[in-house]
Every structure is written in structure tokens, then in C-alpha cells.
Design a protein around this ligand. Structure first.
Ligand code: CTP
Ligand code: MG
Length: 228
């Protein structure tokens, strides 16, 4: 999909995390699925979209692995040093973004479908608001726990799990992140300023590789040909 007027959108990829919940010596973005580093898979999907301009990757200080990836040599890829929290990494990468809109996508979500990114972009451009995110509805019953017991059940109607990409007007996102807010996604920073980003339906296959179970699931889905 090309965009009207040849519009380009830069992408920020936070990839400076340590992957503590994965518990491996190698940060999870460099673990392999189907023989490919997760970060390589993620960047490959993004670079395959014709409207993508720069892909700005935020790396941990002292990262010695990125240069070995094939996509690191792509002229559209720019590496910057990230920060202590995800929001710090995104803030650093935004400094290299020069387009009006920006997509932010987790390094740890290598299976996002190009069609879902296109749907997000079309919805946000058509809406003309601040932007939006991919999300999936919660199907399980949601419990709030206290001391290992159920304290209460939360109605799940209207609840979603936020995914990435998240797409925003770059100026609005820079402004929203400027105060050093501690947020786990970009939308939260904009919500805190009274904005109401769009919810665009994503896919369960766009899960974030977080634990060793996720890694095993990813490899099994890859082997079954479900992630191509
Ligand atoms: N991230 C980042 N900078 C940080 C922390 C996280 O760029 N200071 C990135 C991660 O590399 C990942 C994405 O943000 O691609 C989502 O974060 P998460 O899944 O929490 O990854 P980690 O922080 O690496 O994992 P964990 O929380 O288990 O340590
Ligand atoms: Mg984290």
C-alpha cells in the first residue's frame, strides 16, 4: 500500500530492553525464531512497507549485537542509544524522526501482519485526530487479586489489550513524552493529556515475546507456517 501524495511515515522501534522476564543471557530481541533474530524479523516486516521512511532503532548502551543483523545495513535504518525505561528509548528515537506521523513498534512483536499496520495507518489518517493503536479485545474474565485470592471481578466489556504499532502525530507524541512520564505505551502519555486515540482491531498473533513460553509458542507457530 502506498499513501496519497507519496506520504512517508518514520518508525520508532524500542529495542533497548534487557528481557528480564525471558530470563536468558541474551536480550530477547536477539533470540532466534525460525533461525532469525527476533529484531531482524521485526525490522524486516517494517522495511517491507512501501510508505515507511526511516526506521529508528533504540539500542541499549553498549549493544554489541545489532551490527551483525542483515537489516542493520539497510540505508533506511538508523540506530540511537535508548534509555532506562521504554519511554526514554522512544523519546531518544523521536529525535531522528522527521515525518509528520510516526509509528512506534516493539522490537519484541515480530509477527505483526503488514495488513494490520496498513489498517492502522488508514484509520488514523482518515480520522485526522491524534492517532491510534492496534488492540485486541479481552476474552477472559478479569480478576483483581489481593494476597493470592480474588478480591473482585472486573467487567471485561469494552476492555482491550494494547499492542503496537501505535501511530501518532510526531509533534503530539514528543510533547506528551517530554515531561518524563512513566508510561508503558505511547497512548497512555497522550491519554494523560486528554487525547482519545483510536482503537483499531489487531490480531492475537501479534503477541509480545515476553517469557520463555512465548518463545516456544513462537517457534511452534513458525514451524506450523502460521507466521509468514
Ligand atoms: N525497551 C526499550 N528500552 C527500555 C525497555 C524496553 O527500548 N529501557 C523495549 C524492549 O526492547 C521491547 C519493548 O520496549 O522491544 C517492550 O518492552 P518489554 O517487552 O517490556 O521488553 P523488556 O523490557 O526487554 O523485557 P522485560 O520487561 O521482561 O525486562
Ligand atoms: Mg520491560
Amino acid at each position: 500500500m502506498s499513501l496519497p501524495g507519496g506520504l512517508r511515515i518514520d518508525v520508532v522501534v524500542p529495542a533497548a530492553g534487557q528481557g528480564r522476564r525471558m530470563g536468558s543471557a541474551v536480550p530477547k530481541q536477539y533470540l532466534r525464531v525460525g533461525g532469525h533474530a527476533i529484531l531482524e524479523l521485526t525490522l524486516g516486516r517494517l522495511l517491507g512497507l512501501p510508505f515507511v521512511g526511516r526506521v529508528v532503532v533504540a539500542l541499549a548502551a553498549g549493544d554489541g549485537r545489532f551490527g551483525d543483523l542483515r537489516c542493520a545495513a539497510d540505508p533506511r535504518v538508523v540506530a540511537v542509544t535508548g534509555g532506562a525505561e521504554r519511554a526514554d528509548s522512544v523519546r531518544a528515537a523521536l529525535g531522528e524522526v522527521s515525518t509528520e506521523w510516526v509509528l512506534v513498534h516493539d522490537a519484541a512483536r515480530p509477527f505483526v501482519r503488514p495488513g494490520d499496520i496498513e489498517a492502522l495507518v488508514e484509520a488514523c489518517l482518515g480520522d485526522g485526530g491524534v492517532g491510534g493503536i492496534l488492540a485486541v479485545p479481552i476474552h477472559d474474565t478479569v480478576k483483581e487479586g489481593e494476597g493470592g485470592r480474588i478480591a473482585r471481578t472486573r467487567p471485561r466489556d469494552g476492555l482491550f489489550r494494547a499492542q503496537t504499532p501505535q501511530m501518532f502525530r510526531a509533534a503530539a507524541l514528543r510533547e506528551a513524552l517530554s515531561g518524563g512520564v512513566a508510561v508503558t505505551d505511547e497512548a497512555s502519555a497522550l491519554e494523560a493529556r486528554g487525547e482519545r486515540p483510536l482503537l483499531v482491531m489487531g490480531s492475537e498473533l501479534n503477541f509480545k515475546v515476553t517469557t520463555s513460553d512465548d518463545l516456544r509458542l513462537a517457534q511452534a507457530l513458525w514451524d506450523a507456517g502460521m507466521l509468514s
